[in-house]
Design a protein around this ligand. Structure first.
Ligand code: SAM
Ligand code: 2KA
Ligand code: SF4
Ligand code: MG
Length: 239
């Protein structure tokens, strides 16, 4: 039977990108295939999944892992008035088969590092929103930087915007992120996405200057709708 280990299921509002403020259930898978130097989330295996039964209560019930798609769907469907269900992690595409079997009342919103093209194919008709996070990492953190770029482009091609799916690109920008690096990806995927979101890294000591963010925005605006949106949930301290 197909099962997955989750770290948490809670109800909040989307804090990043073009859907900021929309009410969502968050389903956080454990495990990741990357090690981003800025990552704000523990991705390791957990014995229990923390389930927030009452939205915004910050009170959690421990549910033993692993869980089946129907158990997770049932927990998600206990929340009312959802815009969508955020599948995040860790890297949710590692659990593509699990996602294919979920049956939620609200549409699925995938938050992915876009590096697993074979898995992307499995969920392409299942997800309505794709927050494609391009990882511009120091090459020392990547096994094969060229293959990483090819896989990223292939994921965007597979999960591109259609009449039934909105796919946008989000890039966490640090003071080490160069315009050339961004252009290398955006030039290849601009036809697949509805917008480019430049998300300044939240840690102060890694943050780019506002002037640099505005320069970056200007250089991409003629290619794609480019917006600068920081993580908003961290500002008011919700989950
Ligand atoms: C923890 S990741 C999980 C989903 C998937 N692995 C990914 O990277 O998109 C969820 C989101 O958090 C963002 N994020 C993680 N650490 C961050 C930081 N320090 N500052 C800003 N955004 C961050 C990621 O870029 C991504 O959009
Ligand atoms: N409120 C809120 N918005 C989010 N957007 C992306 C998140 C994530 O960790 O994937 C996240 C999250 O953890 N909380
Ligand atoms: S891909 Fe996502 S979960 Fe994995 S390390 Fe990077 S930010 Fe964290
Ligand atoms: Mg988060």
């Amino acid at each position: 039977m197909m099962e997955a280990s989750l770290s948490e299921i809670f109800c909040s509002v989307q804090g990043e990108g073009p859907y900021v403020g929309y009410r969502q259930a968050f389903v956080r898978f454990t495990g990741c295939n990357l090690k981003c130097n800025y990552c704000d989330t523990p991705v390791g295996a957990t014995e229990y999944c923390k389930f927030e039964e009452v939205p915004g209560s910050n009170v959690f019930r421990d549910v033993k892992n692993p869980l089946s798609p129907s158990e997770v769907s049932e927990m998600v469907n206990s929340y009312s008035s959802l815009h969508s269900v955020s599948l995040t992690g860790g890297e949710p595409l590692l659990c593509a088969d699990f996602i294919s079997s979920m049956e939620t009342n609200a549409p699925l919103y995938l938050e992915s590092n876009m590096t697993l093209p074979h898995m992307a194919k499995k969920v392409k008709d299942k997800v309505s929103y794709v927050s494609g996070d391009v990882k511009l990492l120091p090459h020392s953190l990547l096994d094969d930087p060229e293959l990483h770029l090819d896989r990223t482009i292939e994921c965007f091609r597979t999960l591109r915007t259609t009449k039934d799916r909105d796919c946008f690109c989000k890039i966490v920008v640090t003071r080490d992120t160069s315009a050339d690096e961004i252009e290398g990806v955006v030039g290849a995927i601009s036809g697949y996405i509805s917008s480019l979101i430049l998300q300044p890294v939240t840690q102060k000591d890694m943050q780019p200057e506002p002037g640099y963010m505005l320069e970056l925005q200007e250089s991409f605006l003629n290619e794609v709708n480019t917006r600068i949106i920081p993580q908003t949930h961290k500002m008011w301290g919700c989950l």
